[in-house]
Design a protein around this ligand. Structure first.
Ligand code: FAD
Length: 470
């Protein structure tokens, strides 16, 4: 009898899992699964305690599902990726594994680890799959076989490829003949904080139900609602996509089942667009691995003379800048581990362009808080906001945090939810509470703006200009 090993990483699901499906295709083979936790490595990359808790919950849910299918999940906990190569080798030796199946990860350290594993396993056939994207990196390229650096032509080429043939979703494996396996609770050796299960689906079944509900009820109206943080207008599936509890292909198929014209600009097209941003950043990372080392895409932006003001950074982190939309957003992040996309853009712009703090400080802080923290999307988002990335906002485009608040949370519903100290402030004054308080002779339990936006804008433009000319 041959033995197949499936190595799970950020693909914690049974449905539409290419590596798992391939490992189970041979009904006669014995299939075992493996997950290796590398806490030291993850902590070096600022894994959020809530993401650790989410990962632990998903792992235990996966273990139960696999066990019901007759596939045991082996769990190992080692310091870092170097040690995980040894673990794979030992597991293969111990279980006399013939074939190893895994889904690719595109980050640089993960790719090095995988090539280390393949070199070490001389008697085991290794097979990797492009599972975390709809189309494999390298399959959507310019006419000169280069990776696109601008999103819109990438998206158009991507849509053309999808029209030629949608990537298929594979089924969850059937039960193996050996009956159900025993399970032991998996505990990750990482700092953890509880996450809100109403925000983040606790297992694969709930994630699939959330996706179905979103595509049936909300995807068509996504375009109108997605920018308003007080409304539940987005899917909140990012944490599931990050850990692979859902696949991007499942999202695509479900969307097209409910919104058949999404590929042609019809209802649902804007949500598809967001899924393609996710693909864009993943494809980019495979072509520009330096992005994983926190290098800016536009080299001259490394000359910007960043402001190393730790007090201002702490005020931003704690939601105490005196700009209500920024502070409410940061408190949403700190208290839930998630932040609305519009707000991610606003707070990122504020940190970089109002406080002139290095975008990498923001990137790190986001990773330390987000349940959906994902290197490619987070790096892409920060480099977009900081104007250091490919197809980023130009450096002279600087969000005004007050007008952003007025546009996207006009009545201050979202602000009041997170900043109870502004409850007494009337609607028309909610975006500049200090102006109102001073007129009324009231002292607020809320900080004054830590920076003057107009002045900061001038200084930031000058700093970018100087860097560009350096
Ligand atoms: P929806 O609006 O429902 O979108 C559906 C899915 O598409 C998301 O779940 C996500 O997987 C993907 N997506 C949406 N927008 C983007 C985008 N701009 N870039 C890449 N993928 C996108 N997303 C992460 O998953 N992890 C991160 O660490 C992350 N950091 C970010 C940092 C900054 C500064 C910015 C501006 C954006 C960041 N994003 C990140 C992208 C985006 O904000 C989140 O994916 C989105 O808010 C998640 O909410 P949702 O699931 O309701 O998204």
């Amino acid at each position: 009898m041959t033995t197949h090993l499936v190595w799970f990483r950020t693909d914690l699901r049974l449905h539409d899992n290419l590596a798992l499906a391939a490992a189970c295709r041979d009904r006669q083979a014995k299939v075992i699964a493996l997950f290796i936790a590398t806490p030291q490595q993850w902590l070096q990359h600022h894994m959020a305690p809530r993401q650790a808790a989410y990962l632990q919950a998903q792992l235990n849910a996966l273990q139960t599902q696999l066990a019901q299918k007759g596939i045991p999940l082996l769990f190992h906990d080692v310091a870092d990726f170097a040690a995980s190569v040894e673990v794979v080798k030992n597991v293969c030796d111990e279980h006399q594994v013939d074939r190893l199946f895994y889904n690719y990860q595109y980050e640089i350290n993960e790719r090095q680890r995988d090539s280390g594993v393949e070199k070490t396993l001389d008697t085991v056939t290794c097979q990797g799959f492009d599972d975390s994207v709809m189309l494999a990196p390298g399959s959507v390229m310019t006419g000169n076989h280069q990776m696109y650096k601008v999103f819109t032509p990438f998206k158009n080429a991507y849509l053309r490829r999808l029209k030629e043939g949608l990537p298929e979703c594979v089924q969850a494996p059937a039960n193996r003949d050996n009956g159900a396996c025993e399970t032991t609770e998996i505990v990750l050796n990482l700092p953890q904080e509880p996450f809100d299960t109403t925000l983040f689906p606790a297992d694969e079944k709930t994630a699939i139900a959330r996706l179905r509900h979103f595509c049936q009820q909300q995807a068509a109206e996504y375009e109108e609602k997605r920018d308003f943080p007080a409304i539940e207008g987005t899917s909140r599936l990012s944490a599931c996509l990050t850990l692979g509890v859902l696949s991007a292909r499942q999202c695509l198929h479900r969307l097209l089942a409910e919104c058949p014209h999404a590929q042609d600009g019809g209802p649902g097209a804007v949500w598809l667009n967001e899924l393609l941003w996710r693909e864009f950043y993943r494809h980019l990372m495979t072509y520009y691995p330096e992005l994983c080392r926190y290098k800016p895409f536009i080299a001259w932006t490394d000359n910007v003379a960043w402001n190393n003001d730790r007090t201002a950074l702490a005020a931003w982190q704690q939601g105490k800048t005196g700009y209500p939309i920024v502070d409410a957003a940061m408190r949403q992040l700190n208290e839930t581990g998630w932040m609305h996309n519009r707000l991610r853009m606003i707070v990122a712009s504020f940190l970089v362009k109002d406080l002139l703090i290095d975008w990498r400080e923001g990137e790190r802080y986001f990773m330390s808080q987000l349940v959906d923290g994902d290197l490619a999307a987070n790096n892409g988002g920060w480099q977009w906001a900081a104007s250091t990335g490919t197809d980023a906002a130009p450096y002279f485009r600087i969000f005004n945090p007050t007008t952003q608040g007025e546009r996207f949370d006009k009545e201050g519903v979202f602000i009041r939810h997170w900043l109870s100290e502004l409850n007494a402030v009337p609607e028309k004054a909610i975006h500049e509470p200090w102006q109102w308080a001073e007129k009324e002779g009231i002292t607020l339990e809320y900080p004054r703006p830590i920076v003057n936006h107009k002045q900061a804008r001038i200084e930031t433009l000058a700093a970018y200009e100087a860097a560009r000319k350096a």
